[in-house]
Design a protein around this ligand. Structure first.
Ligand code: FE
Ligand code: FE
Length: 174
């Protein structure tokens, strides 16, 4: 591994981390969609899968411009988040409770990405990488929108999950 000495090096290192994160998500999101009971939530995961492919493609374009390869790093934080998502998928839960858990896992992922893209966007800006700044900002906005959509979806799903808890509690007391 070459020594990281400049902000440019830091920028490239962080971009590689994000590229790994996006590629891990491309594999995970179809499983999240399949596990969702709410058709809206499943569609939301499908839609974000398409966006996520675009996020990876944007990073590839940035690397092309830098004359560097995007591969060579594994994002261990995303690996952990995806593992938690996989645990959620296997959880024995009512449909609404499972959906609430999937949203909880997905929002952690989006917040992680928002943090990462916010940071690299600022590097790109400082480094005068105008096109990359634009790309990174587009992706950042899509991550924020996805997080907001998940919050919206949770509004009704959490209420359903709460009703499910009450139903099963009253059932055991009968
Ligand atoms: Fe993304
Ligand atoms: Fe995302």
């Amino acid at each position: 591994m070459p020594k990281i000495t400049t902000l440019h090096d830091v920028y490239v290192e962080q971009l590689r981390d994000l590229y790994s994160a996006e590629n891990q998500l491309i594999k995970a999101l179809p499983k999240m969609a399949q596990a969702a009971s709410s058709p809206e939530l499943a569609q939301g995961f499908e839609d974000h899968l398409e966006q996520t492919k675009e996020h990876a493609a944007r990073l590839e374009k940035i690397f092309e411009g830098l004359g560097e390869k995007p591969t060579g790093k594994k994002c261990k934080a995303m690996e952990g988040l995806v593992k938690e998502g996989a645990e959620t998928i296997k959880e024995n839960a009512t449909p609404a409770a499972k959906d609430a858990l999937l949203i909880a896992a997905a929002q952690r992922v989006e917040h992680y990405e928002i943090a990462g893209y916010g940071t690299v966007k600022n590097y790109a800006k400082l480094l005068g990488e105008d096109e990359a700044t634009e790309f990174l900002d587009q992706t950042l906005q899509e991550e924020v929108e996805t997080d907001e959509k998940l919050t919206e979806a949770a509004e009704s799903i959490n209420v359903d999950a709460e009703a499910g808890v009450k139903e099963s509690t009253s059932a055991t007391h009968r």
